[in-house]
Write a protein that binds this ligand. Structure first.
Ligand SMILES: Cc1cc2nc3c(=O)[nH]c(=O)nc-3n(C[C@H](O)[C@H](O)[C@H](O)COP(=O)(O)OP(=O)(O)OC[C@H]3O[C@@H](n4cnc5c(N)ncnc54)[C@H](O)[C@@H]3O)c2cc1C
Ligand code: FES
Length: 438
């Protein structure tokens, strides 16, 4: 046997279930978690009785801490150390972070992201970007998986300069695109449908892990569009997870290859492009929640198609890695926390920001706010004013700056922390002349 192969044996009634996995395909801690979670079910050799599963799941969730107010959550930046680095495909690399201060990382909700900050040695400036967490939400470490973007600053810095033992700054996990605990505890349990293309698989993995942690009796469908096996991050572990779970749980993995190479396909794989019609056809219904992540064109087509096929618009959610999720046309948007009653939230949809003068005091530059701009960050970038950014949707806080004079409004209350006298530049639009500290 090749040294990179290992066996996981689990006792099942009078027999042993033997899983053969590649140590390179799936992390050992993931194997341990998944096999431990599945043990009661595998032992019985048949589906766990629904009532006891529900009771067990309810008692587990009753003991669960509130993730958003968890005592170990922190504000601002915190140092983390790189524990391991691993290539997941030709151009995608995972980085596992652990705390440097002895305090544990708080759990998060599957689907949420980390904001990561590094100093760019070529410019001496800080750069921050958001990366969905690809690890399970209650692991002692955080894992992100980064696709190298040609010409991109942060993805190349991470790939080329960051290695085991290096330090990096991170913010606590955030994001409104996440697994719904309420949904999973609902008496009328509907399927969880995860739809990803390429690097969009990252938030799906943490949601899949969370779903498996939360309860055992839910149908979970993972649709994954890839070009071919070499290009597809996490393809091997996903195949292993499917092999391990499909016989005994409601987890189903559906793989779509647009340009498969000779040896890429396995029984059950599909060739071509995933579409809403194909998803509904494969499911045999349009029920449940849909969480979609991938290139914008892919998400638009799938989300709009699902709604046309009968899926409820408020159950179709997506995450745009371009950070423009909220302006993506007719698409349903990530589930929004109840909006506060802040008086600066604009519901009029009017365009009265256009034409106001925006001055950046430190850099001594100014320009008018133009039609089509999403926020003051666009003005800063048009003038080459140095303002950091990450999510571009009011969540991560990287672009928060002091507002020295004038007033702004928000179409939706930003999720990030913002003090009086500050503005979240990516989503703040002027309603008067404004002067920003940048
Ligand atoms: C909520 C959220 C979650 C995300 N999760 C992930 C994830 O899990 N994995 C992941 O890989 N990404 C993820 N992203 C995307 C990530 O945040 C970055 O946007 C991505 O890594 C690119 O950043 P960068 O600094 O490398 O590129 P940037 O420097 O921001 O460049 C962006 C674009 O500009 C182009 N560009 C930059 N410089 C030049 C130049 N000199 N000439 C020509 N073109 C140029 C690049 O080619 C690229 O197309 C996520 C984004 C969000 C908002
Ligand atoms: S860029 Fe994330 S809040 Fe503005």
């Amino acid at each position: 046997m090749s040294p990179s192969l290992f066996f996981a044996a689990i006792f099942c009634g009078s027999c042993f279930l033997l899983f053969v996995g590649s140590a390179d395909a799936i992390e050992e801690w993931e194997w341990k978690r998944l096999t431990r979670k599945r043990l009661p079910k595998l032992r019985s050799g048949k589906a766990i009785d629904a009532v006891s599963a529900k009771l067990a799941d309810q008692s587990a969730s009753a003991a669960k801490p509130d993730v958003t107010n968890h005592p170990s959550r922190w504000k601002g930046w915190r140092s983390a150390s790189v524990q391991s680095v691993k290539d997941e495909s030709l151009d995608c690399r995972s980085f596992v972070f652990v705390p440097t201060d002895g305090e544990p990382f708080p759990p998060f909700l599957g689907g949420q992201y980390l904001t990561v900050r590094l100093k760019d040695p070529s410019s001496g400036k800080n750069v921050s970007r958001c990366y969905s967490l690809s690890s399970g939400p209650d692991e002692p470490h955080y894992r992100i998986t980064v696709k190298r973007v040609p010409g991109g600053t942060m993805s190349n810095l991470l790939h080329d300069t960051i290695d085991v033992g290096d330090r990096i700054e991170i913010q606590a996990p955030k994001g409104r695109f996440h697994y719904s605990v309420e949904e999973s505890q609902s008496a009328n349990l509907e399927p969880l449908n995860l739809v990803a293309a390429g690097i969009g698989i990252t938030p799906m993995l943490s949601m899949l892990f969370q779903s498996l942690n939360e309860r055992t009796d839910r149908d979970v469908n993972l649709f994954y569009q890839v070009r071919n096996a070499v290009d597809a991050p996490f393809l091997a572990p996903i195949r292993e997870i499917a092999k391990m779970l499909e016989a005994t749980t409601g987890v189903r993995v559906h793989l779509w290859f647009s340009k498969p190479e000779d040896d890429d396909l396995r029984p059950g794989d599909s060739v071509g492009r995933l579409s809403a019609e194909r998803i509904v056809e494969r499911l045999g219904h349009h029920r449940g929640e849909y969480l979609i992540c991938g290139p914008d064109v892919f998400m638009n087509a799938i989300a709009e198609g699902l709604i046309e096929c009968g899926a409820s618009a408020d159950r179709v959610m997506f995450e745009s890695f371009g950070g423009k999720s909220k302006s993506a046309g007719a698409l349903a948007v990530p589930a929004c926390d109840p909006c506060s009653d802040a008086s600066d939230v604009d519901e009029s949809n009017s365009d009265d920001s256009v034409g106001w003068n925006v001055t950046f005091q430190t850099s001594g530059k100014s320009a008018s706010f133009e039609a089509g701009m999403d926020g003051l960050l666009d003005v800063a970038e048009s003038l080459d004013v140095d303002v950091d950014s990450g999510c571009r949707s009011g969540d991560c806080g990287a672009c928060v700056r002091r507002l020295l004079s004038g007033e702004v409004r928000y179409a939706e209350t930003p999720e990030c922390d913002v003090e009086d006298g500050e503005a979240v530049l990516c989503v703040a639009k002027p309603v008067s002349e404004v002067v920003v500290d940048a």
